[in-house]
Design a protein around this ligand. Sequence first.
Ligand SMILES: Nc1ncnc2c1ncn2[C@@H]1O[C@H](COP(=O)(O)OP(=O)(O)O)[C@@H](O)[C@H]1O
Ligand SMILES: [Mg+2]
Length: 326
Amino acid sequence: MTEPHFLEVKHLAKRFGTDHGELTVFDDVSFGLDKGEFVCIIGHSGCGKSTILNVLAGLDSPSGGEVYMAGKEVRGPSLERGVVFQNYSLLPWRSALSNVEFGVRARFPGWSKSQVREHSLQYLHMVGLKDGAEHRKPAALSGGMRQRVSIARAFATQPQLLLLDEPFGALDALTRGTIQDELLKICTETHQTVFMITHDVDEAILLADRILLMTNGPFARVAESVKVSIERPRDRTTIVHDPGYYPIRTHLVDFLVSRSRELSERDDAVRDAGHSREARAQALAPVDVDPAAEARARAAGEAPPEALRTLHSTPAAAPLKAVNGR
Ligand SMILES: Nc1ncnc2c1ncn2[C@@H]1O[C@H](COP(=O)(O)OP(=O)(O)O)[C@@H](O)[C@H]1O
Ligand SMILES: [Mg+2]
């Protein structure tokens, strides 16, 4: 038996009743996260990423399936799970520092006032907020600064799991780049376990250990788990020169451009084919991919890694083979 992951997402489903009947956004999403892992999830708009994140946060409940964190079922929100959304969600009447302190006090109720202050300032400084900016209210801060406060607050509460829903989606490219660097630094220092939604493939490669790829909805699922085998520490300006970078990037872009749709069509066929439960589960299970290792093996004239050989030779994966064109 395999060891359970720190976070276990099992057969998660979400269905909505609509005027046109039942809408199944996703109906069998399963994946795991290890402690200290940084995992990004990518998929087209509407496939259900935010819904999954909200279920992990305990802010939404699934129509089926379960989520376990450190062996305990997730039911309802907890300070052990921090969330950062795109729209900052800061308290407008409090200063940046006071917003962070508010979270820290809730998380560590036994701490003294000065302990809370020192800890909060440390995290604000880590995201580059200093020289008076920490005493300004959100309205007097730029969008980038506000998002820095949200990030500082989330990290300062040291949750067991940090959930980020497109946190940089609303920021200009330059600001986004700077905050990505800060996030990278803070993750390196804290070994925080992170689950992050992004639509930016370069951001995902820079930050993640692994990238989950979701097919289009309805009946979306996590189709692939793509390993980012690029060494750390990583640097935004030099990472593109890593020989693994473009194989990974091309793999992700191909997924978004064509495989996500092709796999959705194939999934419909698999569901309609009247397979046994096991065969169906096997055909719809996520596959592990390591494009950088694959590229290295190809360059060295070696056979692809074992996992890929197995993947492309199992009968249940035959339709996938045709789709992937391998
Ligand atoms: N209350 C609701 N009723 C019906 N459909 C909903 C409701 N809430 C969300 N959805 C649908 O669920 C799907 C997934 O939404 P979401 O998780 O926000 O996607 P993503 O974050 O991937 O863009 C969308 O297609 C959306 O239209
Ligand atoms: Mg979303």
